[in-house]
Design a protein around this ligand. Sequence first.
Ligand code: SF4
Length: 264
Amino acid sequence: MSTVLYPDIIFGPVHSRRLGLSLGINLLPIQRKFCTFDCVYCECGLGDMEGVKKLPTADQLETALRTRLEKMRAEGQCPDVLTFAGNGEPTLHPEFPEIVERVRKVRDELFPTAKISVLSNATQIGRPEIRQALLRVDNNILKLDSAFEETMRQMNRPWRKEFSVATLVENLKAFQGRLIIQTMFLRGTYQGRLFDNTTEQEVSAWIRLVTEIAPHGVMIYSLDREAPVSTLEKIPAATLRQIGDRLQAATRAAGLEVKVSVAG
Ligand code: SF4
């Protein structure tokens, strides 16, 4: 099983397919993944939610971010984006709203043109304080891998039995367009069960749902790095582009920005 855990609060910068030169912010433990999903494709590996979680404080994060950005400035590097990602779901951090404000403050002081992005699985967006915090970042990037609950249960493996796509979609709509949907297209088997979110039925239902949610952007991608499950199949670039074109055609009037990320 492949496992790539980020070893620090701040990581990178890395050239992201989707975001440009990105400095990563990891609010999660450095020893293990901490997430409300356990996606079959998670590059942090598969894992549970148990055990002690030592999380960085807002003060530690601010100090680490300032130190790294000052170093980048001294070296003539300029990040395009500061990205909350790392070893799990960033909105699970109990100080997430405060940390967003700290990151905004440091960004405004040192690299005011850099965007702030959050890559989130959207499981916490029903909490008002999390929704408000996500509205304070430039790129509020939320996961929706399928319109079908069964497929999401297979691909994303939510820990909470009560997980519901219907609730997720209502919460996504509540952003009133101030969000970007990210979707991983993938087929494969896990524990003997087949899934494929690129079938006609899947893609047309996903397009209908995205149209209803009305985000200002959509990011489409497939596997890039090695996944913890070996029975997964990367979707070809041409298929991803076709899905992107269909979505663009279906939402032309809405001015939606569709980005198709193809691994190099
Ligand atoms: S939501 Fe992201 S961090 Fe969580 S299991 Fe899925 S891929 Fe991994």
